[in-house]
Design a protein around this ligand. Structure first.
Ligand code: ATP
Ligand code: MG
Length: 446
């Protein structure tokens, strides 16, 4: 794979000045896999001040204490970091100190996984002292060095490991996997914000369900609410899986979008605490959507998930068990409450939930498809379901003599009437309606 011009320029400039310089880490891994790297990192034998001197006004000291200089090249920013060895670790998070070295192999040794511990030169030579290429070919994620030691140094690597396995579709090597299970509690030392970032990347992975299946104990360290789902027998003929297996099938059935995946992971989180069994021995979970919604809200808050993301996920969890409307009016109402984007998401959630049911009960998909077809038609017809689509606006209400909160109230009433099919979304008809409304109000005031 060709290195981008901006990266070539940085490597060449460092080499011309007499230093070694290599691309390193994720960008090497991704280019060997034929994927487009998200960013390109460069590692060099030059000390930070040497890098600063070589690039002059194009160099910015963004992380000097770790040896990182950001270089502007062809309008792109490339992080250039000096070969480095990490000192002792005491907090399971970060080294107490870092020291610079002139050895590339020493720098690669501090990296987390073999597939992340390769470097590539300007001429395409690979430096791969830990056999990352073989692991890449075989789809294996393996620690560089002794797993217990590596996870002990920095517990975030536990979750990074699950994340890479999920996104790359790799199997976690046996000793590495056993060590992840064994060291999982060290995750408590890690900031929740960093956990949240890794978790959402994991959930977006094509193999997220398989990794969740293998490591519920790890997720359970920060989200213990997950654990009662594992092995929970539903005692209901609609379900051929326990709650956890049902959840994983549902996760697998929705697109690789972290928001949808997270909503799917949490949609039945309240089931175990809602379980009741009737006199025939059939299991029920009355009210589980609301319980799941509240649990999900708390779980996402605990990870300091952004408000908008949390609210959307919580709404989807709340709505997951409602029937998808299959009339024009019903779909317009759903659009009014949820908006197009979230209704589309809900359709994915409904489909995922359905895919996790016993095969003979998966007929729900036809109902979902019908609701979706109605939604598509209504959207194509530009049907009105929001205030900004309404054929009248606040100014019209002012002209009609309304003031203050009455304006918003009246517009919302008009929108309800349009959505319910009682009044067409036409200016004249709506204004006539307002007139009646005003007269009635006057009457009731007098
Ligand atoms: P992506 O950018 O796709 O998330 P990446 O592998 O590039 O994946 P980064 O977080 O950008 O991940 O880190 C770049 C490189 O730094 C990694 O490939 C790895 O070599 C090293 N690295 C990052 N975080 C750690 C860590 N916690 N422990 C050890 N090495 C790490
Ligand atoms: Mg990266």
């Amino acid at each position: 794979m060709e290195l981008p011009n901006s990266v070539q320029k940085v490597l060449q400039t460092l080499e011309n000045a007499g230093f070694e310089a290599w691309c390193v880490g994720g960008c090497v891994r991704d280019s060997l896999l034929g994927l487009m790297p998200g960013d390109w990192d460069v590692t060099t034998s030059a000390l930070p001040e040497e890098t600063m001197a070589v690039f002059g006004s194009h160099a910015f000291p963004t992380g000097l204490q770790h040896g990182t200089v950001t270089v502007r090249s062809h309008h792109e920013s490339i992080e250039v970091t000096t070969y480095r060895v990490d000192g002792a670790y005491h907090d399971h998070r970060r080294p107490d100190s870092v020291t610079f070295t002139r050895s590339l192999t020493e720098d690669l040794r501090r990296r987390d996984f073999t597939v992340n511990a390769m470097a590539m030169s300007l001429r395409g030579e690979l430096c791969d002292p830990f056999d990352g290429q073989a692991d890449l070919r075989n789809g294996i994620l393996r620690c560089v060095g002794e797993p217990d030691k590596r996870f002990g140094e920095d517990a975030l690597r536990i979750l990074r490991g699950l994340r890479f396995a999920a996104t790359l579709g790799f199997a976690i090597e046996e000793k590495t996997a056993a060590s992840i299970h064994r060291n999982r509690d060290l995750l408590r030392e890690i900031a929740v914000e960093r956990i949240q970032v890794e978790l959402f990347k994991l959930l977006a992975g094509k193999n997220a369900a398989a990794i969740l299946r293998q490591f519920p104990d790890v997720i359970g360290v920060f989200w213990p609410e997950i654990l009662p789902m594992v092995g929970f027998d539903q005692r209901n003929r609609h379900h051929c899986y326990d709650v956890w297996e049902h959840t994983l099938h549902a996760v697998e059935a929705v697109p690789c979008d972290p928001l949808l995946r997270c909503a799917m992971l949490l949609h039945d989180i309240g089931k175990p605490s809602c379980f009741t069994m009737d006199e025939r021995g059939v299991g029920h979970f009355y009210g589980h959507s609301a319980v799941s919604r509240d649990l999900a809200d708390g779980m996402l808050r605990r990870l300091k998930c952004g408000n908008a993301l949390r609210e959307t996920i919580v709404t989807l969890v709340d709505w997951h068990d409602r029937e998808i409307p299959r009339t024009d009016k019903g779909v317009r109402r759903a659009l009014r409450v949820l908006g197009e984007e979230n209704l589309r998401r809900l359709l994915h959630i409904k489909r995922g939930d359905n895919m996790g049911q016993a095969p003979e009960y998966r007929h729900r998909q036809a109902e979902i498809d019908k609701g979706k077809a109605i939604m598509e038609r209504l959207l194509a017809e530009d049907a009105c379901f929001s205030l900004k689509q309404l054929a009248v606006n606040g100014h019209d209400m002012l002209v009609m003599g309304l003031t203050g909160p009455a304006i918003g109230k009246t517009l919302n009433k008009l929108l309800d009437a349009v959505v319910n099919g009682e009044v067409p979304n036409e200016r004249e008809a709506l204004l006539k309606n307002v007139k009646e409304f005003v007269t009635e109000n006057r009457k009731s005031c007098n």
